[in-house]
Design a protein around this ligand. Structure first.
Ligand code: SF4
Length: 493
């Protein structure tokens, strides 16, 4: 078991001490392809930020003990102006400030992030920096300024590197928060290093916790209260206080919404529910139907001329066309040339492929948002794109309002709904099986890291993945139609 507490463990423990305790003892999981791509981009931004301090010296790439010794030596050398990845320890806490630069008789600590300076995450980053400030102070470093180095929204592809960043002085906030952390640190370290697991209590982050089903509150339970949609904070608190996690133990008389009741009843009975209103909604969808799905790319540093950091660019669409529920499907698709910004060409192809008649079937609001972005970017196409927007039918609210299967486990995302309603259709075995992997692979082609035969294989895998997304909607529509038809027959008897 690791005995050193890192920033990430400390911050996790503020949300749930049990999770941090389990993290400390867990074998490191191999990073997924998309996580590796994200980390790579973070490292790249870190390296560019170092470029702002050409006199800086890098401590990193050493194990923690060597790095601590080297940091001590460099700090005592008066010629050291700036250090990158310095190492501080106040057992059991360790910290590695991104940048440390002399500021008068003390030091200025800077933390680099790949987010925009005006993003809503600045408070979280203050916590990151406050932890580092606490450990550095406990280790004896005198710091008098704390800043975040964030991305500038006005930076564009090809601009000079120094325009990429915006530095935010957060000294006051960091000092206040570091003081709070300092007062919590002793008890927190005691809990995390104890042999006894801290008592777990239901919190909203249990939803994303990898230990929920395997080692914590959801273990051994068929269905849990977290499957209830739109569970309010007050109801979650009440259930947490009463120690209720099992859906079967919901107290009688608890006020549930209609949707929550449907979820509870379906989960506890083990039977899927298809509401009576489904038939009317499906009957109201005009034919032909065009099932549409988009893929995009977005990277921290822009890929194309004139683009900003994190700019989302449409790269691909798949459309399955069908004249009626019984007829054969036709397929149209488009995949951009990664070497250039093809959004306008994609928009024109989309208008052509969707024609002027019938419903445009999507799953979630994503396609609508992207078409609106195309309208804003290409005003000359705005009218034709509006005509497409006016034909959109979103299957997600149709399912959310009328259908529930116990295997949805509280989620209405296509990845949860599909295996429950269309088990024969699966993404397993595909070379690209998620939107995040599609982004990473396309970005690598755009950056020239994947070329030749490998690029051709990637293009094939991207087309296959997107086509399966729209075929999934075709099959989903069929299942819903059959269920509604059964109700039609029962009603007509
Ligand atoms: S399931 Fe919830 S209580 Fe358990 S470790 Fe995860 S976040 Fe903490």
């Amino acid at each position: 078991m690791a005995t050193r507490i890192t920033k990430s463990l400390f911050l996790t423990s503020l949300e749930c001490r049990t999770r941090a305790w389990l993290d400390l003892r867990a074998a490191p999981a191999p990073a997924s392809e998309e996580e590796l791509f994200r980390m790579e981009q973070g490292r790249e931004i870190g390296e560019r930020a170092r470029g702002l301090f050409p006199e800086g010296r890098l401590v990193s790439n050493n194990d923690q003990d060597t790095a601590e010794g080297l940091t001590e030596k460099l700090l005592s050398d008066s010629s050291t102006k700036t250090l990158f990845e310095a190492a501080f320890v106040d057992a059991p806490f360790i910290a590695r400030p991104d940048i440390l630069t002399r500021h008068g008789k003390a030091w200025h600590i800077l933390e680099v992030k790949s987010s925009f300076a005006d993003s809503g995450s600045v408070d979280d980053y203050v916590d990151d920096l406050a932890y580092t400030a606490m450990v550095a102070a406990r280790a004896g470093l005198k710091a008098n300024q704390y800043s975040l180095v964030l991305l500038s929204r006005s930076y564009r592809f090809g601009d000079s590197p120094d325009l990429l960043f915006k530095t935010l002085d957060v000294t006051k906030q960091v000092r206040e928060r570091a003081k709070e952390f300092d007062s919590l640190a002793g008890a927190l370290a005691k809990d995390l290093l104890s042999t006894a697991t801290p008592t777990a209590a239901l919190v909203s982050s249990c939803r994303q916790c990898p230990y929920f089903d395997s080692q914590c509150l959801g273990k051994g339970l068929e269905h849990t209260v977290l499957e209830l949609p739109k569970l309010s904070a007050s109801m979650l608190k009440r259930l947490s206080d009463e120690g209720i996690v099992d859906l079967a133990r919901l107290p009688a008389g608890l006020e549930l919404s209609e949707r929550q009741e449907r979820v509870r009843d379906a989960a506890l009975s083990g039977n899927a529910v298809f509401g009576s209103g489904l038939r009317q909604v499906l009957d109201g969808i005009p034919w032909p139907c065009h099932y549409l799905d988009f893929e995009t790319v977005a990277t921290v540093r822009p890929l194309y001329k004139g683009h900003a950091c994190h700019q989302q660019v449409l790269t691909q669409f798949s459309i399955h066309h069908r004249d009626s529920i019984e007829s054969e499907c036709r397929h149209s698709e488009y995949l951009a040339d990664p070497k250039k910004d093809c959004e306008k060409e994609l928009a024109e192809e989309l208008i052509r492929a969707l024609g002027k008649k019938g419903s445009v079937i999507v799953y979630s609001g994503f396609e609508k948002t992207r078409i609106q972005a195309l309208q804003a970017r290409f005003p000359t196409l705005s009218k034709q794109l509006q005509a497409i927007l006016d034909r959109i039918v979103d299957l997600l609210p149709v399912i959310r309002d009328h259908v529930y299967h116990p295997d949805f486990r509280g989620s209405f995302s296509i990845k949860a709904v599909l295996p429950a309603l269309v088990p024969a259709l699966s993404y397993k075995g595909l070379a690209i099986a998620s939107g995040d992997t599609a982004i990473a692979r396309f970005a690598r082609m755009a950056r020239g890291e994947v070329t030749g035969a490998a690029a051709a294989a990637t293009r094939g895998a991207l087309l296959k993945y997107c086509a399966l997304d729209t075929m999934a909607m075709v099959r989903l529509h069929e299942v819903l139609w059959r269920r509604a038809a059964a109700k039609r027959r029962v009603a007509g008897r």
